[in-house]
Design a protein around this ligand. Structure first.
Ligand code: ADP
Length: 450
């Protein structure tokens, strides 16, 4: 049976009182004072009540302190027990109160540190995983869950093999655990089409046996690197041809052709064509870089779609006629104006129309149109020319991309890249439908003026 502190204090005093009362009673009885019992019994009872009061008075603050300590043990916030006593119990209460206050401050500091750490982990772009000594995931952040397509919270306490499902990453963790040294690995997650760098580092004394795994998504960086590499190799390739041609022409002139005026004139004309091609390419590259870097902000104004189409057609009508092509324009009635930078959007139409003329054999037809589609206006440049092979279609808007280098040797491969950038800067979208041998339809949608 568990006895309370009150009972432990009260019991011996009560026993003493009972014994004393009984002793006195017996003594006075023997001396013939039978009446004294009547006084002794109430006195004994009063003494017992007093003893109970004293025992309770001692144990009550102790019980309050016990309850407070139990609340702290359960992780609850505690209130300080007011005490005015100056005896040992008062001192004990004050000491425990001070201890509670200190403990609470430390718990608050720890909780805030934990909160900051959790917020930092959850907002990090890099995936973070902590693996315990048994190979189970002790902690996983949102970025890692996203990277490995996991439901939030699913991975915690599961085995690393189950969570990552990638043998190279498991091997990385094993090597790190066995060597107790940091390990790095760069790999491609083909399922997710991602290129990641993974670092496994032992947590040492901080968390013995635990390993931190960090996953950095390098897909974008790598894509940009590839674009930059391709760009440099493409531009070198494109510049080499006209430069080599200019060099050859200059050498021919120097080695005697200058003495033959008709031949010299022909060579000079050829040189001028090459210089024009170079100038054209440099201008287009500059235009592209200006649009990309946002150096030339668009001057958006309500613009008539029909006027845009007519201007482009007028600029290239002679070229089309010279090639024996039919050029038609069709615009639906009540077409709303678009919000556009007219010279820039005109450039898009010129680029598309220029391509249509270039890639449509004599006798072919080119049709330009515009119609409303919801809150945008869709422009169309359609030809019945050579068309684009299906394999090339996804890459046709890339810089320097030409579907058939021999056939398209006259161009720079920049026209469509420029068109795409201009359309997207207008908040629009450009796309193409084409069947090789049958023709192509280039379309782009631009938001209408509200
Ligand atoms: P280019 O200056 O070479 O015309 P573009 O970027 O304008 O550069 O076009 C890229 C490539 O797309 C062209 O080289 C050509 O192979 C293909 N192309 C573009 N428009 C058409 C079209 N209307 N018909 C067939 N092929 C086209």
């Amino acid at each position: 049976m568990r006895r309370s502190f009150t009972w432990r204090v009260f019991a011996p005093i009560a026993l003493l009182i009972v014994l004393l009362t009984a002793g006195f009673g017996a003594l006075t009885l023997r001396c013939g004072g039978a009446q004294s019992w009547k006084t002794l019994v109430p006195l004994g009872l009063i003494a017992l009540a007093l003893a109970w009061g004293i025992a309770w008075g001692i144990s009550h603050p102790l019980r309050a302190l016990t309850r407070q300590a139990q609340r702290v043990a359960r992780g609850e916030r505690t209130e300080i027990i007011p005490t005015a006593r100056s005896d040992e119990i008062g001192q004990l209460s004050r000491a425990i109160n001070a201890l509670m206050r200190k403990l609470q401050t430390q718990i608050d500091a720890l909780q805030s540190e934990q909160g900051t750490l959790r917020a930092m982990l959850q907002t990090m772009n890099d995936g973070v995983l902590i693996v315990d000594e048994a190979g189970r995931v002790a902690l996983i952040n949102a970025a890692a869950e996203q990277l490995f397509h996991l439901e939030p919270g699913w991975g915690t306490r599961r085995s690393l093999v189950e969570v990552l499902r990638h043998h190279q990453l498991i091997a990385l963790w094993r090597t790190c655990r066995e060597s107790d040294e940091e390990q790095r690995l760069t790999l491609e997650l083909s399922r997710q089409q991602l290129f990641i760098q993974s670092i496994a580092a032992p947590l040492g004394q901080a968390l013995p046996g635990h390993i931190l795994m960090l996953f950095q998504d390098l897909t974008r960086v790598r894509r940009l690197e590839t674009v930059r590499r391709d760009f440099i190799s493409n531009i070198s390739h494109e510049l080499r041809t006209p430069l080599a041609s200019l060099k050859a022409l200059t050498e021919t002139l120097q080695s005697g052709a200058l003495e033959d005026p008709p031949a010299a004139r022909r060579f000079l004309e050829h040189m001028e064509t090459e210089v024009d091609a170079l100038t054209h390419m440099v201008t287009e590259l500059l235009e592209l870089s200006r649009i990309e870097s946002g150096q030339a902000p668009l001057q958006l104004r309500p613009t008539s779609a029909e006027a845009l189409l007519q201007t482009a057609v007028e600029r290239l009508r002679v070229q089309a006629e010279r090639k024996g092509l039919t050029l038609t324009v069709e615009v639906t009635a009540d077409l709303p104006p678009v919000l556009a930078d007219a010279p820039r959007l005109g450039q898009v139409l010129v680029n598309l129309l220029h391509n249509a003329i270039k890639f449509t054999p004599t006798g072919g037809a080119i049709h330009l149109s515009a119609q409303q589609d919801g809150n945008r206006v869709v422009f169309q440049v359609q030809d019945n020319g050579v068309g684009i092979p299906a394999d090339d279609l996804p890459r046709i808007f890339e810089r320097f991309y030409k579907s058939d280098r021999a056939r398209a040797s006259g161009g720079t491969g920049l026209g469509l890249a420029i068109a795409k950038h201009i359309v997207e800067a207008h908040g629009g979208k450009i796309w193409v439908k084409s069947v090789e041998g049958e023709g192509s339809v280039f379309e782009f949608g631009i938001p209408r003026e509200e």
